[in-house]
Write a protein that binds this ligand. Structure first.
Ligand SMILES: Cc1cc2nc3c(=O)[nH]c(=O)nc-3n(C[C@H](O)[C@H](O)[C@H](O)COP(=O)(O)OP(=O)(O)OC[C@H]3O[C@@H](n4cnc5c(N)ncnc54)[C@H](O)[C@@H]3O)c2cc1C
Length: 346
């Protein structure tokens, strides 16, 4: 277990933003993770758990407490059942499942961060989300002060949400278990229109597993959504805003504002429709690369807010507010941030 005082947090985030932690502890076993959490809780010490720092916006003032960096390792495959330690690098674990010929997470290729964070916001992309394959989450429950095993259906997964995100101070994820599928070297059915188009197949068809994985990586790289330290377009927290889900009445009001424009519309359960945050941003007048300061929209994707190298968290938040307020003014739709805010708010 490594312990540092007054430790910079910016290098531990993909945005490279945020002030220092009063204390930073890196834990490499489940027992160490639990020990750090218990000790902090007993002392009434503020605690922030981090994995790869790819979904975090940390304030310039840093974190006045203990930051626990989960760096446990463990990839255990038993037939089609996979158990990952929380600290495993998600993108590497996905690549290994593809090498093993198993389907279920192949479209989640190239997403930065740790396995333990994937249930937190029910990580998803290109028509797949972890809720579809997570069978169990093993977590330390800070309320019950014991390690618990939650079955997938008990995790309250929904679009970019879960019981872990709803109750952020309660669970520290230790292990995540997945039920994958042996589809004879084939992928899960393709659901996402852009992937189907790129592969020249119809939605619902299966393709070669490796081809699916490589196609997603290529599509993501084209949007600056695969980490590359040399490319400032990837100094982001991925999508900064979630896609808005509007109730029928809100949808009607939105339609009234559109005039000749046609916004993307996806069914999101009885009485709800989801639209695209990227489309709203673009059509509200914020184009790729928007911004003249040290924080700008990505030059490859309007949904990613990026640090061009010398930004502060306040610079990034000023840009986020400008975009959120602009979309509200044009379309009457409120954009909500996807990354977790630490010590700051929009
Ligand atoms: C370029 C880029 C592309 C991205 N693309 C996608 C995408 O396609 N789809 C998508 O869903 N997300 C995407 N993201 C967001 C991000 O990668 C995911 O949310 C990822 O799961 C975050 O993992 P992390 O380990 O970096 O979490 P962190 O950023 O370290 O933490 C995020 C949150 O999870 C909590 N947390 C972390 N580990 C644990 C744990 N062990 N137990 C309990 N809580 C924990 C933290 O406290 C915090 O609240 C992208 C990000 C970037 C930078």
């Amino acid at each position: 277990m490594l312990e540092e005082l007054d430790a910079p947090l910016a290098p531990l985030t993909t945005l490279r933003l945020g002030g220092p932690a009063r204390r930073l502890v890196t834990a490499t076993t489940d027992a160490e993770v639990v020990d750090v959490v218990r000790t902090a809780d007993e002392a009434g010490e503020p605690l922030l758990v981090i994995g790869g720092g790819s979904n975090l916006v940390i304030g310039d003032g840093g974190f006045d407490g203990t930051v626990l960096r989960v760096a446990t390792r463990g990839f255990a495959l038993d037939g089609t059942r996979l158990e990952l330690a929380a600290g495993e690098v998600w993108a590497e674990a996905v690549a290994r499942t593809v090498d093993a010929g198993l389907a279920g997470v192949e479209f989640l290729a190239g997403i930065p961060g740790s396995a333990g964070a994937t249930p937190v916001q029910n990580v998803g992309a290109y028509g797949q989300e972890v809720a579809e394959t997570i069978t169990e989450v093993v977590a330390y429950d800070r309320l019950l002060k014991e390690t618990v095993t939650l079955a997938g259906p008990d995790c309250s997964f929904s679009y970019r949400h879960s019981r872990f995100k709803a109750d952020p101070d309660r669970y520290v994820v230790l292990r995540v278990r997945f039920g994958l599928a042996d589809a004879g070297g084939q992928s899960s059915p393709v659901k996402y229109a852009e992937v189907a188009r790129t592969l020249g197949v119809e939605a619902g068809e299966r393709v070669d597993l490796r081809t699916a994985h490589e196609t997603v990586l290529r599509l993501r790289a084209g949007k600056g959504m695969v980490l590359d330290p040399a490319d400032h377009d990837t100094w982001s927290a991925g999508s900064f805003f979630t896609n808005p889900i509007l109730a029928d009445r809100q949808w009607g009001a939105f339609m009234d504002r559109l005039g000749d424009l046609r916004a993307p519309a996806y069914p999101a359960g009885e009485g709800f429709t989801k639209t695209s945050a990227a489309w709203l941003i673009d059509n509200a007048g914020f184009k790729k690369g928007h911004g003249s300061g040290p924080a700008t929209l990505s030059t490859k994707h309007t949904l990613a807010l990026t640090n061009r190298g010398a930004a502060t968290t306040e610079d990034l938040l000023a840009l986020a507010r400008e975009v959120r307020d602009g979309v509200r003014a044009v379309f009457g739709v409120e954009l909500v941030n996807e990354p977790v805010m630490v010590g700051v708010s929009l």
